[in-house]
Design a protein around this ligand. Structure first.
Ligand SMILES: NC(=O)c1ccc[n+]([C@@H]2O[C@H](COP(=O)([O-])OP(=O)(O)OC[C@H]3O[C@@H](n4cnc5c(N)ncnc54)[C@H](O)[C@@H]3O)[C@@H](O)[C@H]2O)c1
Length: 327
């Protein structure tokens, strides 16, 4: 079968594609394993220069997911699974309402409409976010807490979740939305997410570069490592349709770390000279968004499916160091 990944050339899209290629198969709606013949990456900024892209099963479709023609070409009748990752991220969606609505809502609807037309309802995995939660939040959010997003990105993700739930109830797709914590440490360059600093304050000092932290040291962040999130996304995907009764949304389990604790972890793992490259300068726009998000989520449904949180932030840094930092 064909697997389509929108945003397949992004940070998580590339990790997901590689993991799917290595697995070689995914479960269908009944839980039966289906071999993968093609992994199609749809992205406005194509991936290049990495050896795994030469795998004969990989195809790239370069363009905008607002282009229904491009999506239609990507969604051939043998498409069994669609992973919808392409998005305008939090900082950009807050700064530019129109682009956020266009990509996060309009293109998601277009993609879903095209999925409905496939000969068999595909599995549809949507990367939502804990940014759907906001307002007065308990210390630990139960799975059934009603989202009241306090940013346009969170609202747009919540709209996506609702479309996916309704179309799944109607049997048009077999959807599941996963609410991701902040994923860190992201290699490469910073992106336009308000949470981008959660990677920057580790990645930049480890590369010998200074980094500015835009929130207060006491800010609590709900986190997960890149490898862990891909494992959890695949658990959500492979769960049979019968797993879901009234709810197609899974809040992933994560760990809570204050920004100060993140810096202390960096100091423990990489030393004082590295940690001292961090300076503090409050950015009110970033701070407002980040502090509106949950500090901890119970994630009970995800855990019941076998999803796991990381062991510690020290481990997350060590894992990043071993993969991306030249010794
Ligand atoms: N990384 C995180 O901390 C985090 C947290 C919560 C949710 N998420 C969600 O996970 C998904 C993946 O996140 P990521 O960190 O890999 O982001 P990313 O920005 O690295 O990747 C997104 C990809 O989507 C592509 N894209 C954006 N607009 C497009 C368009 N109009 N047409 C085609 N392609 C387009 C980008 O080029 C990029 O390659 C997103 O949906 C994001 O909202 C991520």
């Amino acid at each position: 079968m064909r697997v389509v990944i929108t945003g397949g050339a992004g940070f998580l899209g590339k990790l997901l594609a590689q993991k799917i290629l290595a697995k070689g198969s995914l479960a269908n709606s009944s839980g039966e394993s289906r071999a993968i013949s093609e992994v199609v990456l749809v992205d406005i900024a194509p991936a290049s220069g990495e050896a795994w892209l030469n795998d004969p099963r990989v195809k790239q479709f370069d363009g905008d997911i607002n282009d229904a023609g491009l999506l239609n070409e990507a969604l051939t009748p043998n498409t069994g699974s669609v992973f919808h990752l392409a998005a305008v991220v939090s900082g950009q969606a807050e700064a530019d309402f129109d682009i956020g609505m266009k990509v996060n809502v309009d293109a998601t609807r277009t993609l879903l409409e095209l999925c409905r037309k496939l000969p068999a309802p595909p599995k549809f995995l949507f990367t939502s976010s804990c940014a759907v939660f906001g307002g007065d939040l308990p210390d630990v959010l139960p799975d059934d807490h009603l989202p009241k997003p306090q940013g346009s990105y969170g609202i747009q993700k919540f709209i996506g979740e609702q479309m996916i739930s309704d179309m799944s109830r109607r049997g048009m797709i077999d959807g599941r939305s996963v609410r991701l914590p902040t994923i860190t440490v992201r290699p490469g360059k910073p992106n336009k997410a308000a949470s981008s600093f959660a990677s920057g304050i580790i990645r930049e000092p480890l590369a010998g570069v200074s980094a500015v932290c835009p929130t207060s040291p006491d800010t609590k962040v709900w986190l997960m490592s890149p490898d862990r999130v891909i494992d959890n996304i695949l658990i959500a995907h492979d769960a049979p349709a019968s797993t879901f009764k009234f709810n197609r949304t899974i809040t992933l389990p994560g760990i809570t770390v204050t920004v100060k604790e993140m810096v202390e972890s960096l100091r423990r793992v990489a030393g004082e000279a590295v940690a001292s490259r961090i300076t503090w300068q409050l950015d009110p726009a970033i701070d407002r968004l980040v502090t509106s998000w949950p500090k901890a989520c119970a994630g009970d449904f995800g855990k019941s499916l076998g999803m796991k949180a990381d062991a510690s932030f020290d481990d997350i840094i060590r894992d990043y160091q071993s993969k991306y930092v030249k010794s």
